[in-house]
Design a protein around this ligand. Sequence first.
Ligand code: HEC
Ligand code: HEC
Ligand code: HEC
Ligand code: HEC
Ligand code: HEC
Ligand code: HEC
Ligand code: HEC
Ligand code: HEC
Ligand code: HEC
Length: 418
Amino acid sequence: MSRRGLIAAIGGLVLLSPVAGSDAARLAAQEGTRSNQDASTYGCIVCHADMRRAFAQGAHAERGIRCHTCHGGDTSQVEVATAHRGRFLGAPSKQATTELCASCHSDPNQMRQYGLAADQLAEFRTSRHGELLLGRGNADAPTCTDCHEAHTIRPANDARSMVHPTNIPRTCGLCHDDAALMRKYGLSVDQLSRFMAGAHGKAIFEDRNFAAPTCIGCHGSHAALPPDVTEIDHVCGKCHVLLADALYAGPHGTPSLTRRIPGCLGCHTNHGTERLPPEQISELCVTCHAAESSMATLGQEIEEQVLHARGELELAAEAIARMVKTGRDVSDERFRYRAAYTAYQQLAKVQHSLDLEQLEDLGREVRSNAAVVRSTAEAYAEERWEHNLLLMPLWFLTLSGVAFAAFKLRELGRVSHG
Ligand code: HEC
Ligand code: HEC
Ligand code: HEC
Ligand code: HEC
Ligand code: HEC
Ligand code: HEC
Ligand code: HEC
Ligand code: HEC
Ligand code: HEC
């Protein structure tokens, strides 16, 4: 075996070793069909063992991409001076990296077969990040490999990927949680902590509800920009469709369109997104409207509707719990309760329209269903009480029967002994 062949063979084994069985087999099969030129790539990894390990786990290794595809160099050599020769690019700068990645990822012909878009660099250019890096040559901005790593690049649906939904907040936080870095741009560093504590963070990290947005759900991944005030309703409305429709149908529709209210953010926050407690509805209205205005009165009426409905719902839940304790079948009541609960959820959405009439209808639906559950529970409790009452004489008779029998037995015993 020639020296070159030996290097290729050793390198091949080393490159393949950490890959899982089936992947290794596939890679080996790929290598077998390839020319010497590809096999000789392994010259690089004789020295760069750590890169080899990292790279073998990523998505690129599987597609026949090798060190020299990105770095160039002479892959048949095992000495630094000769290996780093020819078209050797070394480690690309942050700016050059975008072009390197885009050499494949901006080519729709190459990307189509993998079902991947070819717009990442084009989008990136339009983002605040891209403007800073490419427009002003400032390396504080992220380049492709800050969010994807350079060697262990994994698709977003891989839980280990930096861009998997559960890892995105941390990836953005690498810079956006760095106070010294962000101070230079007059940006705060509260986004990550507030997001994690807010409704969206909890939905993802506690309920594993991946329909909730991570940072990119509102900012986009490559086109990361803060949504401008004119886009906020659109950003939130992408997912909260019914709610945005309700808002626009009501009196806050026009002031939202004319930007006198910053849309949803007039009442909710972007990063600490919270469900506002219904007890605060009327207080909320007077942050913008005068306390004696008709708007404030409307706010109180809405609050009453919501609180009343919620109270009825809680009583119905307690009634069901009491029935369950005594072992009664409550499937009918649960069905009723669900109907009431659904109407209550509707209420929370529809109140965005400030349409009191519609709210009253929904409130009635909650209350009537809840009332049926409660009256069933009450009737049942009464029935049980009466039942127990009826049983009392029976118990009395049985007990006296037993006592009488015992007495009789003892008497009999005394007679036989005597
Ligand atoms: C004989 C060992 C050896 C071989 C073979 C080798 N390298 Fe290197 N490489 C090194 C050493 C040592 C350094 C760090 C010193 C330096 O930058 O010269 C390095 C540095 C690098 C860097 C970083 C350069 C920078 O600008 O910071 C890259 C990229 C690189 N090698 C790629 C490759 C590629 C691609 C191949 C195969 C074509 C290869 N190397 C083959 C030893 C080797
Ligand atoms: C998809 C393109 C790509 C491939 C393939 C690739 N690299 Fe890199 N490599 C990069 C980029 C980009 C950098 C610049 C550093 C960064 O962005 O983190 C880099 C940096 C390096 C460095 C400098 C050390 C460092 O971390 O800064 C070395 C050494 C290196 N690569 C070796 C290799 C070896 C060996 C292979 C094959 C196993 C390889 N690379 C495959 C893109 C690639
Ligand atoms: C030589 C062409 C080429 C270069 C250069 C290249 N890629 Fe890729 N990339 C691919 C191919 C092919 C895939 C595999 C697609 C697949 O397996 O679905 C891929 C996959 C990916 C994926 C996973 C996509 C997914 O969700 O399935 C990411 C992320 C990625 N590349 C980012 C980068 C970054 C960042 C760089 C620059 C450091 C880069 N690529 C350089 C060709 C390339
Ligand atoms: C600020 C972080 C960040 C930067 C910078 C970044 N990406 Fe991404 N990228 C992501 C995130 C997050 C995803 C996952 C998107 C998703 O799940 O919808 C992603 C997804 C991808 C994908 C998978 C296909 C797709 O579009 O969803 C490719 C390919 C990709 N990026 C390439 C690149 C390239 C090339 C660059 C540099 C021009 C780059 N990325 C820069 C965060 C980034
Ligand atoms: C490598 C560091 C780095 C990473 C990683 C990073 N950013 Fe940034 N980001 C910056 C810097 C620096 C700026 C300031 C740009 C400016 O103001 O010109 C910025 C600006 C922004 C802005 C614009 C803020 C404003 O009002 O000017 C948004 C939005 C943003 N980033 C979102 C994200 C998201 C989302 C992620 C993760 C997918 C992310 N960033 C990852 C460094 C980073
Ligand atoms: C529910 C949507 C949403 C999510 C999720 C979200 N943002 Fe934002 N973000 C916004 C909006 C809207 C603005 C603009 C606020 C404004 O103009 O008042 C903004 C502004 C920003 C800014 C500019 C500075 C600031 O605080 O106003 C940065 C940086 C930023 N977001 C980063 C992030 C990061 C990092 C994450 C993930 C941890 C994230 N965002 C998650 C909607 C969101
Ligand atoms: C990518 C889709 C998506 C985007 C964009 C989005 N949300 Fe959400 N939001 C969700 C999901 C999913 C939940 C959790 C499920 C639930 O509880 O309704 C949620 C929960 C909420 C909650 C708490 C609801 C509750 O019952 O606890 C509020 C309030 C909220 N979002 C407001 C907003 C605002 C304001 C914006 C824009 C700044 C926004 N959302 C953008 C999907 C999204
Ligand atoms: C005028 C103030 C106001 C505006 C503007 C507003 N909300 Fe709300 N939102 C509330 C109040 C108050 C509640 C709590 C209602 C309740 O619990 O009954 C709420 C509740 C919610 C909920 C939880 C409802 C549920 O289904 O569980 C979501 C989600 C939500 N808002 C999203 C949005 C979105 C998206 C926008 C913009 C399209 C928006 N809000 C605009 C005041 C507002
Ligand atoms: C973020 C500020 C803000 C909050 C909070 C707010 N509003 Fe408004 N509201 C406005 C603005 C601005 C207008 C448009 C006023 C105008 O056209 O003169 C408006 C208009 C209205 C109108 C229509 C008035 C008219 O004359 O056409 C009603 C009704 C109303 N709001 C009720 C409420 C109620 C009820 C609440 C509490 C649930 C509330 N608003 C909370 C800002 C707010």
